[in-house]
Design a protein around this ligand. Structure first.
Ligand code: ADP
Ligand code: MG
Length: 729
């Protein structure tokens, strides 16, 4: 039978690995050649323009129109010399992808001749008619305009023949409609709050920047097989498919030798990434078959996030060249590991100090402890907000399963740092410290080893782990824009650092010495946020019980988790912190509910269609063949012999009937449930209804389809199977 599946398998057999053209030269020869970076700016901009861009990018400020004209002129010259014909404002709406709308440099001159034009006003601000992006009701159709404005802290770059200018995306009335705007605000908030706290320890600190290093997991699937799976094409995950007899049991994929075809893709990708100034460094096989990981060297968080967004796009395009499709979905295949995006987060000062790295002396170590303790407290207070930022329809399939961080937010510290916190609690007296006590404590703090990596990075089950010089937030989904998680994490730490400073200053005002005030406040916080510290197995059942006793929340339901964005603590962190206005926050929550509903709705439709148009007809077809066969046997053999021969076949016929009729009836019930849910107007109610009434059918129907897959003749099965999808890299 000429199903899509067999065409795809035929095509697969004819594949020859694409040869990789290695670049002529070393990485340093071509690194950043497609980026309008400091070097090219120096070359193409006047001294004044160069200084203006540098200043704006340092302070996050803007550039006046006249200066912008000068910058645009230089940028255009550079871009055209590097093959660009078009330009676009490149932004990050509240969808799963970046957005761009290309305009040519082509224009009429005053005399009517054709010229290449790119004025300052086109660089600085634009009004793309981007009225179809989710806005959560912020934009009414009569003022559906959205504006994009240049983010000078992230350099322009060229993809193909288009000059891309990173921008924020805001509404006509100034509200954020994207991921970048609140991220930039959160980074500023944590900068200000952290500088104020650093001043207790070092007056030279005037700037604290957030650093991020992401690790991107993904699957690579042969393009032909991918296209033969409508569920993968339309939803990013397989809605059916019996597990393969062998998948990841033998742990033979993890860190294994990278298949040639994949390695050819990776090399191609790395060359392009390096040209775009993305410092990718690490590549390896992940746990599941056909699963891989890519990680760069860390960068300033806003730039790192842009680079993550950019590389996800790049990966899709380069994969196509190699006849692969990249899957970023958090759980494309049931029964094997899904994909995440680790967010390695830390803070660094203008004086070159990493605030989460133990220092060389008691003073810098006390600063380190101060930041660790406040971060713990921030996570403790904002556990629901942190989860809300990462738990969505797709990540919901991965989180809380025994392969990914649990839905309980906790923090892992490692033995040394943990012991130090306990020491502070034990040794700091409630009243003023004696000089001896102070010396003893400082001596102890000074003894934290500078490098404590080995003992800290071993707890892979923790959603938020201290890894020697940073925290690693591991619950982020692979398909997510990581800005959402970086924004809430940074905002939470900023809010906590502000609270800390108020408390310490209060004690100082009451006459405490600075050291006493800091130690006492730290002690109080350490005791209060004790429940968030956990070093055991985050996947275990005991932890769930223990976490409950500690009062930690455990939320796996997506709409419930989204609703926590509007809890008082979350509002304090985000609204009081100046990250989002009340209106912006509410709009964002609306968008999240809406995205959830649409995703479940699409999956439910696709599953229904596939079940009725592909699976049930195939099963009935096979059943008919069995019936004909039995009929034939009956004609040839005597009653007794016939019965002996066909007993199990009759049972098979019954089994097929059972499965197909259950599939059909449940599919009808699912449609009815959707209809009921669609009548609801309120975003939250609708999302909750979808999660309770529609979502459960996805697994229930799938169960019977997967049973049929085991029974029906392989030659008739219409969709590529797990063993085919997963073992053809
Ligand atoms: P692992 O898999 O052991 O966590 P990887 O090397 O795959 O480690 O990735 C670690 C990521 O963390 C990289 O992006 C790395 O650059 C980044 N990183 C390292 N140090 C810091 C730091 N101080 N702050 C933020 N990110 C960091
Ligand atoms: Mg890691």
């Amino acid at each position: 039978m000429a199903t899509l599946r067999f065409h795809a398998l035929d095509e697969l057999l004819s594949r020859t690995p694409k040869e990789v053209k290695m670049p002529a030269g070393k990485v340093t020869d071509y690194y950043g050649e497609k980026v309008f970076n400091t070097d090219s700016m120096r070359k193409y901009l006047s001294k004044q323009s160069f200084a203006a861009v540098q200043a704006a990018s340092e302070t996050g400020g803007s550039i006046n129109r006249k200066m912008a004209d000068g910058v645009a002129l230089g940028m255009k010259a550079w871009a055209i010399e590097n093959g660009a014909t078009h330009y676009t404002h490149w932004f990050q709406p509240l969808t799963d992808a970046t957005a761009e709308k290309h305009d040519g440099f082509i224009d009429y001159a005053d005399d009517g001749s054709i010229i290449e034009n790119f004025a300052g006003k086109l660089l600085v601000q634009q009004e793309p008619d981007a009225s179809s992006f989710p806005s959560g009701g912020i934009r009414q159709t009569f003022e559906a305009r959205g504006y994009t404005a240049w983010d000078t802290s992230s350099p322009a770059f060229i993809v193909g023949t288009t000059l891309c200018i990173p921008t924020v995306f805001i509404s006509y009335t100034g509200e954020a409609l994207d991921y970048k705007t609140p991220l930039l605000k959160a980074l500023t908030a944590v900068d200000e709050a952290a500088v104020a706290v650093c001043q207790y320890f070092d007056k030279n600190v005037t700037r604290v920047h957030t650093i991020m290093g992401w690790e991107q997991e993904y699957f690579l699937i042969d393009e032909a097989l991918f296209k033969a799976r409508p569920d993968l094409v339309l939803t990013g995950r397989t809605l059916m498919g019996h597990s393969s007899s062998k998948d990841q049991q033998l742990d033979d994929h993890y860190f294994g030798s990278i298949p040639e075809r994949v390695s050819s893709f990776m090399i191609d990708l790395e060359i392009e990434a390096h040209k775009l100034g993305i410092p990718v460094k690490t590549r390896h096989n992940e746990v599941a078959p056909s699963q891989f990981e890519l990680a760069p060297i860390f960068e300033e968080a806003n730039l790192a996030n842009d680079h993550n967004q950019l590389i996800m796009d790049l990966m899709k395009r380069i994969a196509r060249r190699h006849k692969f499709t990249v899957l970023f979905h958090e759980k494309p295949f049931a029964g094997i590991n899904g994909s995440g995006k680790h967010n390695n987060w830390s803070l660094g000062t203008n004086t070159g100090v990493l605030l989460y790295a133990p220092g060389k002396n008691p003073k810098s170590n006390l600063q380190f402890i101060t930041f660790v303790v406040n971060t713990l407290m921030a996570v403790y207070k904002n556990q629901d907000l942190l989860r809300a930022a990462i738990l969505n329809a797709t990540n919901g399939h991965r989180l809380g399963a025994n392969e990914a961080p649990p839905a309980i937010i906790s923090a892992f510290l490692g033995t040394e740092v943990s012991a130090m916190l306990d020491k502070i609690v034990a040794e700091v007296p409630d009243s003023k410290m004696t000089p001896d006590q102070k010396t003893a404590l400082k001596l102890g703090i000074g003894r934290i080893p500078e490098i404590i990596l080995d003992s800290t990075d071993r707890n892979r089950t923790s959603p938020f782990a201290f890894t020697g010089n940073r925290f690693e937030f591991r619950a982020v989904g692979s398909s997510a824009n990581a800005a959402a998680s970086t924004t809430v994490l940074s905002a939470a730490v900023a809010a906590q650092l502000r609270d800390f400073k108020v408390e310490v200053d209060g004690l100082i005002e009451k006459g405490a010495s600075k050291d006493d005030a800091i130690f006492q406040t730290l002690k109080k916080i350490i005791i209060e946020c004790e429940p968030i510290r956990f070093s055991g197995d985050g996947y275990s059942e005991e932890w769930k019980a223990e976490a409950k006793k500690r009062g930690l929340t455990n939320i796996t339901n997506v709409p419930e988790s989204i609703s926590k964005y509007l809890e008082p603590t979350a509002k304090k962190t985000l609204i009081e912190g100046g990250i989002l206005s009340e209106k912006e926050l509410e709009a964002r929550v609306e968008v999240e509910y809406e995205k959830y509903v649409y995703k479940v709705q699409i999956e439910s439709r696709v599953l229904g269609d596939l079940a009725i148009n592909h699976i049930v007809p195939t099963a009935i077809h096979y059943q008919t063949r069995l019936i004909q066969n039995i009929q034939g046997l009956k004609d040839i053999f005597g009653e007794k012999e016939y019965k002996e021969m066909t007993g199990s076949r009759l049972e098979l016929i019954r089994e097929i009937s059972r499965h197909t009729s259950l599939i059909k009836s449940m599919r009808n019930e699912m449609i009815e449930a959707r209809k009921q849910c669609n009548k609801l107007d309120d975003g939250k109610e609708k999302a909750v209804a979808y999660s309770e009434k529609v979502s459960p059918y996805l697994d229930k129907i799938r169960y019977h389809i997967d049973k049929l897959e085991l029974i029906v003749d392989d030659e008739m099965w219409p969709l590529p199977k797990y063993r085919e999808l997963l073992f053809n890299c």
